[in-house]
Design a protein around this ligand. Sequence first.
Ligand code: NAD
Length: 289
Amino acid sequence: MNIAFIGLGRMGWHIAAHLARAGHNLSVYDTSSTLPADWVKAFGGRAGRSVGDTVAGTELVLTSLPADAALQAVWDLAQPTLAAGAIWVDHSTTSAEIARRLAKAAKSQGRHFIDAPVSGGTVGAEKGTLAIMAGADEAAWSVVEPVMSAYAQRASLIGPAGAGQLTKMSNQICVAGIGQALAEGLAFAEHNGLDPKKVLDVMLKGSSTSWMMENRAQTMIDGKFDFGFSTTLMRKDLGLVMEEANRADVSLPVTALVGQLLSDVSAMGLANADWCSLMQRQRRVQSGK
Ligand code: NAD
């Protein structure tokens, strides 16, 4: 299939690589001056000169962009050369509102827009084991679902446009609380003179185990945060959640608190670090320094 891939960041780089390995013909684009050429050197395909040039002649467009503003900008730039009947799958985490709006616009043009945010982190992207949660119509979904098997262990159609983003918000609500709970539990163990690695080892076999514990607790103990999902992007996600919750009069006290704690983490100079640097905030609070 001829596929345009836009946004070759921490996630997009790997997702696009799996598609190339699966034999698809890719044209890629990113506003970074180096990423597209580096990607083409590694995986083949073509680097587009612009968004319009990248999507021209493709049946499927995939995006992995930071947030609503970038998605809207790319969408606008793509319109003149986007093929009739093209399907657009957005793997970014955005508001449900923009997903519904772009799906409506696409439908009026005879095209399709699918909101398909992902979970599983950069490791899941690299290993091709992402979980995808989508809002789409059945016809478009049946075309793209087999393509996604190149990089996802599960791709689920949840409901109509926007349902994917609302599902991702539910995921982030759960993950936010777990991240702070891990920071508190591990820092508590350290504070009491326990070996946190031994504590982790036994907890992994107990009732508090989770994906977060399996994939992040060790790096939190080691103070290693130069990878993963940035504090800035997690704050963006929780901001989207709180906007949606406020609109619906839903109370999310723990999520709201973790959003506030992450603003402390940013102020500590860790905006680009993995958001589990919540651990550093917890250590600082406990040490009183
Ligand atoms: P990233 O910042 O590493 O990558 C985004 C890429 O988009 C960058 O390379 C950037 O140059 C490019 N970009 C920005 N604006 C652009 C534009 N107008 N045109 C073309 N390219 C543009 O972010 P990421 O960590 O890869 O995350 C991408 C999306 O996936 C985000 O919405 C994020 O919330 C979501 N996500 C990330 C993770 C993770 O662990 N990193 C996990 C799940 C979901």
